[in-house]
Ligand binder design. Sequence first.
Ligand SMILES: [Zn+2]
Length: 537
Amino acid sequence: MIIKVLKLIEQVYPKYLVLLVLIPVFVGYIINFDVSDKYGVFSNLLWIPIATIPYYLTKKNIFYQIIVIFYFIVGLLEITHWLLLKGPLSVASLLAISNTNFTEASEFVGVQSISLLLFLIPYTILFYLSLINIPQKYTSKYNYFLAVIILFIIGLFSIMPTTSEFLVKGTPQFTRVSYAYMSDYKKYSKAIESNQLKIVDAKLSSGNDEQLFVLIIGESASRNHMSLYNYKRETNPRLNKREDIIVFDNVVSPYSNTINSVMSMITESNVENNLPFYDAKDLIDVFSSIGFKTYWISNQPPLGWAENLISSIGSKTTSYEFVNTLSNSSYESDLKSSYDAKLFKPFAKVLKDDAPNKFIVLHLMGNHLLYTKRYPSDFDVFRSKNEKQQIIAEYDNSIFYNDYVIDNLLTIVKKNNLKKPQQSAKVIYLSDHGENVFDDEQDILGHHVIKTIPKANVEIPFLVWLSPSFITADSTKFNIIKSNIHKPFVSDDLFHAILDLSSIESPLLKKQRSLFHENFDDKRIRILSDGMDYDKK
Ligand SMILES: [Zn+2]
């Protein structure tokens, strides 16, 4: 009996094939366990027996060999990707590779090729062994079929039954890459094709020649968890020390989700005019039309249902880069760590570009769920034994890390500005929307909306940094900006505030909508996207 079972296991899991399939997974675990597919062993063991069913049913060797060849090609690609790029093969990474300059890429491969060969030669030998060691058929094909199906059903029940979780936990990495390529990549390309640069009527007012504008878009950051806004925990030790930032404390987002919030910030669309995002002119259109070089550097995943529209704006810039290449879907990226410090290097690099006028957008992963994936272990400072309090502590750790990120980004700009003192530089940091971390009596976690938007979902941080050259050149403007820090503002009017701060003259600019203008209309009734007046909530 025992021998029979062992023989059946040997048939279900032929040893060379199992090694061929699992070695790429283990290579990932060794190189970077944190970003690798933790369910990789499980999901592959689930599918190997299914893949070999045709062979056992037909008893034709060719069906077995096809599977071996298929897994070998996939494994080869995955190992190569891990060794060269230190991350898993993903649709986001393939997209990044296709955007990379070919010479740069081939030089890079040249350096790494020895370590690659060390891995690939034994892997090829293993492929050969798998190809010639075709397992024998001990049991009847019906017994085999039954065993495999039972195994598969047990496997399915042991993971969460929802679709997106099954896609992540129950399928091998290459299935997810192929699926994302077939569905999301096409939608992504379509979004990019249909959003072309628009030339708009705009010009720079005279005497404003050398300009840098940096817009840092945060993610799910609630000002109610920032000590900069008097939160009880010291989550902003770095920003608190800075004397060169202007802190606005009465800004809300009109929406409680990323797509709508970001789109309403960077386009002329707002909840009052309700212009369709595709038709609305955006900041990239404006800055491109007045001759600025534009950049988009994002640590959010490039494609997915929640990302395509925003990426289509980013792709209109002169130069864009997505540094978060770990995932195949929005859902997957929520579960993986891609720390915002990844933005420092590419940001410092584009600042060195000698174009006289630049507009740069940095899109952070910020404080999005899962909070524990948003900060490295050095920033794990707040803890609690209570389960709910622990989640709040994790969110606060992510805010503490965000403090480090924003502070560093500002320092990068400041250092760059010291070398170019004549350059008028401005930075705005704000979050797309807030986050409810059990902040009210409704006891909600996240930023979803049930009926009406909780206040915590829209109360966002809003900071401004201005270069000394800007302050000395226009002290009147500087004083107006400072005097407006408590004024009520909705971030869907950011478009106007940025045009105003950049001294852009355009019929698109509605001065009464700019938080930085002396004629700013602070009487706007802040009706949010749920139709409710924020100030009466
Ligand atoms: Zn968001």
